[in-house]
Design a protein around this ligand. Structure first.
Ligand code: CA
Length: 750
C-alpha cells in the first residue's frame, strides 16, 4: 500500500486480525484516519513494511478511532501537523479509540515553523489505551507534547498506561505551554483519570517548569527517570496522586528539580534525587502553600499528604509553604515528611520554610553529618557514606538508615525506553566544533564563504583586513568569525544588518571591529539581527573582544536587534568596546503581549566599555504574571557605562531598562554621566542583587513594580546602590575605581 487512497480502500475491508502495512518510503502530506473495529483476541494493526523505512512527512497526522487497534512503527518527521495533534486517539469529540495501543512510533522535530502556534503531538482519549515504547523528541513550538484529555465522560477513569516511552530533549520554550506531559486540565481537576505513567525516560525535557503537569485525580507515576530536566513533576490540580520510585538526576545543572506538591492526599515515596539545583518552584522537593477555599484552577491547599522514604543526594533546595503570599496564605496541614534521607557534600541547610510548618509532621528523617535544618524535630544526623550501586546510583548508607532505598530494576533507562531502531543520539552541533577556514579581505568574501561553510566552522579573518558586505550574511547554522592576530579585521556593511541569524543559526564573534561608516541612511540598522520570521530553534550569540564604533548614520542603530517569536538560550557579550552608537547594544523587548514570553534566557555582559551610547544599553522585557518559566537571568559585571542613555529617541529614558527579569545581578560597574538603571519587578520572587557599583554624575537606580516586593523585601540591594562614598573614584580617572574591599570596579585589563 503506497498512498492514502489505497490505505483508505484497504481499511474499508479490514477484518479483525488483519494488518494494514504502509509501504517503505516517504508518505508526504498524509493524513490517516485509522478507524476500525478489532477484537481483544484479534486486533487490527496499522504498521509498516520495515521499521525506520516509512516516514510521514510534510503536513501529516494520524487519528485513531474504534476498538482494539494497534499502531506500530510510524515515523513522523520533516514536517508538522496541519491540525492540533500529530497523533490523536479520536476522530472527533464523540468517536474515540478504546482498548488500543500506540507502540514504537516516532515523532521527531515535527514542529510547526511558527514558534507561537500551538499543537500537541499525542492526544490520548477514550479508555484502556496503552502508549508504549514511542520515541518523542524535539518539540519546539507552543503546546504540550503529550496530553491525556478528560473532556468527555468516555475519557475519564480511563486506565491508560503510558510506559517505556523515550521523551527526548525539548529546549526551553520561554513561556507557558512547554510541558511534556499533561493529564487533565483545571476544568476536570476533580475527575479521576486513573492513568499509569510508568518507566518513561524524560531526557532534558526543559520546555518550562512543569515537565509533567498532573491535573486530575488518582494518577500513578512510577519508575520514571528525569534526566537533567529543568522543572518538576508538578501535581498542579487533582488529588490522590502516587509518585513512587522515580529517579530525578540533575547532575548539578541549573534549574533542575524534583516533585512539586499541591492539593490533597498526595503520596510521594521512594523517589531518588541526585544533584538537583533548582530553587523556588523547581526545588528538589516543593510543598506549596494554597489558597483558602481555592477554586480548582488556583492552588488547592496541601492536606493529608505523605512524603516518605525519599532520598536526596547533593540537592540544593527543599521548600515547605512555597509560593506563600497574600493569596496563597494557607500552609500545608495534616501532612507528613518522614524517613527521608538527605545528604550533601557542601550545602549545609537545604530547607526553605516559607510559611507555618506546624501542619507537617516530621519523623525520622536522616541528614548527613554536615547538614543542618531549622526544623526543630524529626531529623537526626548520621555518618552517611555514598556507595555506588549496580545501576550506577550513589546510595547513602549508614547504620542509622532503617530502609535503604532500592531503585527498582523497572526504572527507565535510555536503553529500555523508546524503540531499538531509532537513534537517540544528539545530533546538535556546537559552536567552534568544525573546521578552520581562512577568508581573504575584500567585498562579500564573507558572504561567499558562509555559503560553503559547515555547521560549527570557524571562519578566520585576515589580521587588519577590511571586509565590506553589500549583502547581509545569513547565519543558518552555528558559525564563528574571528581575527587571528592582534589587529582586528574590520567589517563594514551596506545593508541594514551585517549578520542575520536565521532558524538553526548561532553566532560567535571574536576580535573583530564593526564600523557603521558604510551603513545605509535609515533608522533602525543593526549589526546583528535575528530573522524577521518566527524561529523554532533557540540560538546562541557570543561576542568577545570586539569593537563596535560609529553606528550613527541614522537614529536607533542597534548592535543586536531581535524579532518577536525568537528566543536565545544565551547571549554573552564580553571584553568588548562600544563607542558612538545611536541605539542600544541589545534590544530584547519584542515580546510585548504580556503573557510571560521573553527573548532570552541567559544574558551576560562582562568587562565591556560603553561610551556615548544614545539608547538604553540593554532593554530586557518579560511582561505578564505567568510563573511557568525561570528566566530571564541577567548578569552585568565589571562594565563601564560612560554617557549612556541620553539620546532623545531613547523612550526608556534609562541606561539599562529591565522589566520582569527573574534574576538580576549587576555588580562592579561604573556609571559615569549616564542615565539610571530602571527595573520593574512584576512576578515570581525576583532575585535582585545590585552590588558594588559606582555612580559618577549618573542617575540613581529606579526600582518599581508590584508592591509586594517592597513589603516583603524579597529583593536584595546591597550595599545601597546610590551610596557613592563606598568607592574610590578619583576626579582624574573616573572610569576606574575600587570598592572598599579593594576589589576593582569597571574594566579589568586582561
Ligand atoms: Ca505550565
Amino acid at each position: 500500500m503506497k498512498n492514502v487512497t489505497e490505505f483508505e480502500k484497504m481499511l474499508k475491508t479490514a477484518q479483525p486480525g488483519d494488518s494494514i502495512v504502509l509501504a517503505n518510503g516517504i508518505w508526504l502530506d498524509s493524513e490517516l484516519l485509522f478507524e476500525a473495529e478489532g477484537t481483544a483476541e484479534k486486533p487490527i494493526t496499522l504498521t509498516v513494511e520495515e521499521k525506520g523505512k516509512v516516514t510521514l512527512e510534510g503536513n501529516s497526522n494520524l487519528r485513531i478511532a474504534g476498538d482494539h487497534l494497534i499502531v506500530s512503527g510510524l515515523v513522523f518527521k520533516n514536517g508538522y501537523t496541519p491540525t492540533n495533534a500529530v497523533i490523536s486517539f479520536r476522530k472527533n469529540r464523540e468517536e474515540m479509540a478504546n482498548n488500543s495501543r500506540l507502540t514504537e512510533c516516532v515523532i521527531d522535530n515535527f514542529n510547526n515553523p511558527e514558534r507561537q502556534v500551538q499543537d500537541y503531538w499525542v492526544t490520548i482519549y477514550g479508555k484502556n489505551n496503552r502508549i508504549d515504547h514511542n520515541h518523542i523528541s524535539g518539540k519546539k513550538n507552543l503546546g504540550v507534547t503529550m496530553i491525556v484529555g478528560l473532556d468527555t465522560k468516555d475519557s475519564r477513569a480511563n486506565n491508560h498506561q503510558i510506559d517505556h516511552n523515550y521523551f527526548g530533549p525539548r529546549p526551553t520554550y520561554g513561556n507557558n505551554g512547554g510541558e511534556t506531559l499533561r493529564i487533565g486540565t483545571s476544568h476536570h481537576a476533580l475527575e479521576n483519570s486513573n492513568t499509569l505513567v510508568e518507566s518513561n525516560y524524560f531526557d532534558r525535557t526543559n520546555g518550562e517548569h512543569e515537565i509533567i503537569s498532573n491535573k486530575s485525580c488518582q494518577n500513578i507515576f512510577k519508575y520514571n527517570t528525569f534526566f537533567e530536566c529543568t522543572g518538576t513533576l508538578t501535581m498542579r490540580h487533582g488529588n490522590e496522586t502516587l509518585v513512587d520510585g522515580n529517579v530525578f538526576i540533575g547532575n548539578g545543572k541549573p534549574s533542575t528539580g524534583g516533585v512539586r506538591v499541591i492539593n490533597e492526599t498526595q503520596t510521594v515515596v521512594n523517589n531518588y534525587h541526585y544533584g538537583l539545583t533548582g530553587y523556588r518552584f523547581r526545588g528538589a522537593f516543593v510543598m506549596m502553600n494554597g489558597v483558602p477555599n481555592s477554586p480548582p484552577n488556583r492552588y488547592v491547599p496541601v492536606i493529608d499528604s505523605k512524603v516518605n522514604n525519599n532520598t536526596f543526594v547533593n540537592c540544593n533546595n527543599i521548600l515547605f509553604g512555597a509560593g506563600s503570599d497574600a493569596e496563597r496564605s494557607q500552609a500545608p496541614r495534616t501532612s507528613e515528611f518522614s524517613e527521608n534521607i538527605i545528604y550533601n557534600d557542601n550545602k549545609k541547610d537545604i530547607f526553605t520554610i516559607d510559611d507555618d510548618i506546624s501542619g507537617i509532621t516530621f519523623n525520622d528523617n536522616i541528614l548527613g553529618k554536615n547538614s543542618e535544618t531549622s526544623i526543630t524535630s524529626g531529623f537526626i544526623n548520621a555518618d552517611i557514606k555514598l556507595e555506588k550501586n549496580e545501576q550506577g546510583f550513589l546510595i547513602p548508607t549508614s547504620n542509622k538508615i532503617k530502609t535503604q532505598i532500592a531503585i527498582s530494576p523497572k526504572v527507565a533507562t535510555k536503553e529500555n525506553t523508546g524503540t531499538t531502531w531509532y537513534s537517540k543520539a544528539d545530533n546538535s552541533i556546537a559552536l567552534n566544533s568544525g573546521n578552520n577556514i581562512k577568508v581573504e579581505a575584500g567585498i562579500n568574501t564573507l558572504y561567499e564563504i558562509v555559503k560553503k561553510s559547515e555547521p560549527g566552522d570557524i571562519i578566520e579573518l585576515e589580521e587588519g583586513g577590511t571586509y565590506l558586505l553589500t549583502k547581509a550574511v545569513k547565519i543558518n547554522h552555528p558559525l564563528t568569525f574571528k581575527t587571528s592576530g592582534k589587529i582586528k579585521a574590520t567589517i563594514l556593511f551596506e545593508r541594514m544588518m551585517a549578520f542575520e541569524i536565521q532558524n538553526g543559526g548561532s553566532l560567535f564573534l571574536e576580535n573583530i571591529t564593526f564600523d557603521g561608516a558604510k551603513s545605509p541612511d535609515y533608522a533602525g540598522n543593526s549589526v546583528i539581527s535575528t530573522s524577521k520570521n518566527s524561529m523554532t530553534e533557540n540560538y546562541k550569540l557570543f561576542i568577545d573582544k570586539c569593537e563596535f564604533k560609529d553606528l550613527i548614520v541614522n537614529h536607533s542603530f542597534d548592535v543586536l536587534r531581535v524579532s518577536k517569536g525568537t528566543f536565545a538560550d544565551t547571549i554573552s557579550i564580553q571584553n568588548s568596546t562600544f563607542k558612538n552608537i545611536t541605539g542600544s547594544i541589545a534590544a530584547l523587548d519584542k515580546e510585548t503581549d504580556d503573557i510571560g514570553a521573553y527573548n532570552v534566557e541567559y544574558f551576560l555582559m562582562k568587562n565591556n566599555s560603553i561610551t556615548e551610547l544614545q539608547g538604553a544599553a540593554l532593554r530586557l522585557y518579560r511582561g505578564g504574571k505567568d510563573e511557568s518559566t525561570f528566566g530571564p537571568f541577567l548578569e552585568i559585571d565589571h562594565n563601564v557605562f560612560d554617557k549612556v542613555g541620553h539620546g532623545k529617541k531613547n523612550k526608556y529614558k534609562s541606561a539599562i531598562s529591565l522589566y520582569g527579569v527573574q534574576e538580576t545581578d549587576i555588580k562592579n560597574n561604573i556609571f559615569k554621566d549616564s542615565k539610571a538603571i530602571d527595573m520593574y519587578l512584576v512576578v515570581g520572587e525576583p532575585i535582585v542583587k545590585v552590588q558594588n557599583n559606582a555612580l559618577n554624575n549618573s542617575e540613581k537606580l529606579i526600582v518599581s513594580g508590584d508592591q509586594k516586593y517592597f513589603v516583603s523585601n524579597q529583593w536584595n540591594l546591597t550595599p545601597k546602590f546610590s551610596d557613592e562614598s563606598r568607592y574610590t573614584l578619583s576626579a582624574d580617572s573616573p572610569l576606574k575605581g575600587k570598592a572598599t574591599d579593594g576589589s576593582d570596579l569597571g574594566i579589568i585589563t586582561q
